[in-house]
Design a binder for this molecule. Sequence first.
Ligand code: 0RA
Length: 647
Amino acid sequence: MTTDNGNYGASNIQALEGLEAVRKRPGMYIGSTDTKGLHHLVWEVVDNSIDEHLAGYCDKIDVIIHEDNSITVKDNGRGIPVDMHPKLKKSALEVVMTVLHAGGKFDKDTYKVSGGLHGVGVSCVNALSEYLKAEVYRDDKVYEQEYSKGKPLGDVREVAKTTKRGTDITFRPDPSIFETLEYQYSVLHSRLKELAYLNKGLTLSLTDERVTTDDGGFKTTTFHSEGGLIEFVKYLDESRTPLINEPIYVVGKEENVEVEVAMQYNTGFQEHIFSFVNNINTREGGTHVAGFRRAVNRLFKQYGDDNGMFNKLKFAVSGEDFREGLTAIVSVKVPEPQFKGQTKGELGNSEVTGIVSRAVGDVLKYYLEENPNQAKKIIDKVILAATARHAARKAREMVQRKNVLTGGGLPGKLSDCSSKDPGESEIFLVEGDSAGGTAKQGRDRVFQAILPLRGKILNVEKALEYKIYENEEIKNIFTALGVSIEEKEGEKILNIEKLRYHKVVIMCDADVDGSHITTLILTFFFRYMLPLIQQGYIYIAAPPLYMVKKGKEFRYCWNDEERKEAVEAYGGSESSGIKIQRYKGLGEMNAEQLWETTMDPTTRILRRVTIEDGLEADRVFSMLMGDEVPPRRQFIEDNARYANIDA
Ligand code: 0RA
C-alpha cells in the first residue's frame, strides 16, 4: 500500500454527456430498474473502490445498509480529487459526480473494474439517487458535497481536518425510478464474499442497520481471505471429496496481464470452471478460459502419453476427460478488456489465451514432475472419464437413434396438447401418476401437456452420465421437450431448436417430498439443460397450502398469513364453524380445484426459475445433492424460514 496521491490532476477528467439521459432511460445504463438495477448502484460505487485497491491504494471497503435502505460505501483509497477542473471551472469531485463517463482514470496501465463490463460511473448512481453525499478525505482535509437527482445542492466544502484518506459515498435510490427500494443482504453478501476471495488481502465488510443483534449492535460480516483463490476453490468444493491433497495454484504475469488460477480435482463427474476478468465474472468464458483448457489438455495428455498410461484405452481421450471432477477459478487482470458475446460475458482479447496457457502450463509441468502420486490419481480419473464418456455416448446415441427410428415418437406417458406452437404451449412435469391423472382431466388440452414422473427422479449429481441417458423418466423429459444433446468439436451442446414448449412447469406436492423432487428435477435442468433455465423456460407451479371454508364460501391460501386473513374475513377464530383443509398433496384436489388454483393462467402463481449467481447455484446444488451431510444440514437450518416445513 502506498500513501501518496499519485500524479493525478483535474485535467485528466473529460466531460462527455449529461445526466438527464440517465434519468430518462435508466435501463440503458444500469440494465433495469428492478431489484437487480437497485443492487447495481452498490456495485458501481464498490467497483470504484476496488479500482483503488487494484491500483495499490486501498485495503478496506465497508458497505452499510442504513435503516431507510440508503447505502454507504467507504474506502481508504486516494479519495476523489477535489482540485479545480481548468476547463469546466468546477471541482474535480463535482465533475466525477455529475458528468457521465468522467471516471477520471484514463490511464491504460491500470486495471479497472469500473468502466469495464457494467461500469457507467458513480455519476449514474448520483443521477438515480434522490439524495447523495460524497465525503472525501484527502490532503489532511475532509471535503463534502451533496446532491439530489444528480444536481449539486451546493459547492464542495471543506468541513474538517483529518488524518484519514479515502472516500465515503452515501446514496438513497430515487423511489420515482426504482420499482423496489429494499436491499437484500444475501445478494450483497455473496458478491462481497466473492470479492474478498478474488482480492486477497483486501478486507470488506457488510453492515445491516435494519437488523439489530442480541448484544444491541447491528448485523455485520467481515470478508477477508489470505489464501485467495485457493480458499475460493476449497469453498466451492466444500461438499465434494478432493482427489488430490491440495489445490494447484498458478500466478503469473506477462505483458501487463496478471494470471491467477486455482484448480482442484474431486471425485465427482462435473466440470466447474469459473472465470473472472478484473473481478468481473465472465459467465461465457472467453480467451482466458480457452488458454486454461489448452494448458490442461496439453500437459496431462503429454504426461499420460510419455508414461504410456493411455496404452490400454481403445479410443482417444478428449479434452473434457481432463476436466471431469475439476473445479477451477481462472482470474485475470487485463488493462483494456474487450467483452463480447450476447451478454458481454466473454473475454475477447486474443493475446490472453497464450499468456494464460503458458502460465498454467509452466506450473502443471513442474507439478506433474514433482508429484507423481497425485499425477497418477488424476490420470487414472481421466481414463475412467474417457471410458464413461464412451459408454454415455453409446447410451445417448441409442436413445436418440431410437427416436428417429420410431419417427420421433413421443413418450407413451405424455398427454400432449393439440397446439403445435411452442410459444403458447406448456408442459407440466407432475409428481406421480395419480396427480398426473388429475392434471390431465383438469388441464386445457389445447395448450397444456402433462408428463407424469414416477416418484423420485434420478439424482444426476451422483449418477454416472450414461446412467442418466438410460433413465426412463429422464429419457421421457428429453423426448417430450424435443431437445437433444449434440457434440460439436468435442464439446457437448444442447440443441433446443425443436423445443416444443416455452413453459416447462414443475408441479410437485407442497410437502417435504415434493420439495425434494422439485430440487431433483431442478438439479437435472441445471446440469443438463442449463440453456432452458437461462432463457427463462423453466417454472415452478405453486399449489395452494390451504382451503378455508365457511358454509358455501371458500378461499384458497398460499401461506399462513393468507390463512389467518381468510379466517378473520369469515369473522372468527379457527375452531368457531370455519373449516380449514391443509393440502398435503396435489392428489387431495380434484381436477377442477387443481385447474383453478394451480393451472389456470389467469389465476395461478407460477415462479420462473432464474439464476442470480452461477457460482453459488452450483455450490448449493452440489451440496444439496452430494454426499456430505453436515453442510446440507447447515443450509437447511439457515434457510428453513424460507420453506414450509411439513412435519
Ligand atoms: C477519480 C480519480 C481518482 C480516484 C477516483 C476518481 C476515486 C473514485 C472513487 C469512488 C469511490 N471511491 C473512489 N476513490 C477514488 C484518482 C485519484 C488520484 O490519482 O489521486
